[in-house]
Design a protein around this ligand. Sequence first.
Ligand SMILES: C[S@@+](CC[C@H](N)C(=O)[O-])C[C@H]1O[C@@H](n2cnc3c(N)ncnc32)[C@H](O)[C@@H]1O
Length: 248
Amino acid sequence: MSHDERNLAHWNKVAKTYNSDHTQKAFGDLINKAHEFILSNISAIGVEFIEPSSTFERSDDNPSQKSVRVLDYACGPGTITNILAGRATEYIGLDLSPNMVNEYNERFSAQTDGEKLNAQAYNANLLAPAGPPESLNDSKFFDFDLVAVGFGFHHFENLPMVTQRLVQRLKPGGVLMILDFFSHEKDDMGNDPAINTISHHGFSESQIKALFASAGLEDNLVLDFGQDITMKQHAKRRPFMARGKKPA
Ligand SMILES: C[S@@+](CC[C@H](N)C(=O)[O-])C[C@H]1O[C@@H](n2cnc3c(N)ncnc32)[C@H](O)[C@@H]1O
């Protein structure tokens, strides 16, 4: 089984319960902590988002409306899209797992407060060793203001290639943001099937900055969440948020 096939099998299996698991204490309440951290540090991302409070002033037939486009890569059930809801005009999710894509599309097909988010996920692997699939040549998969990867980087194998392919999808001046964990011990995860999906046991700040710099990104920044989380009783993790800007 290839690494991608192992990821596909695992994430397809846990897609339905991923969101509820990761908002519980047993999984370190990871999603709620990420939500809080991102919104407290929203200006550090470096994207000129729409003010969520100005939502009522926006309309589909307003040609002067500022466009802010987000690619939520390895989107899962839409963690990053949900955190940034109301701050962009369009969200595209991409994920290797069709079940995760279904979770994303079901979640955002509903209206909240009378508004439906312009969010749609597709099943595709931009990082396929043989190259991105043809379906991703469509113009809607380019020119993003923000490409974000929430807790997906440690599942990817060839990080210089990954970073370069994600940066190709940014518009000039766009931002790559990743949320992941600082370097940690290789835990004894017992029979946990998730162990087969992991390629990297976290990252150092200098590793992330070097990856971003070699993909041509500037103003690279790594922000520490400032608190550990403990997943499944034993796996201690220290999350970070990193961002780098594609030159304008
Ligand atoms: C830990 S989950 C993160 C989900 C979500 N981004 C979040 O922050 O909660 C990892 C996700 O990466 C996806 N994934 C793994 N390898 C991938 C690849 N090569 N391309 C796209 N998605 C991938 C999995 O299907 C899974 O949905």
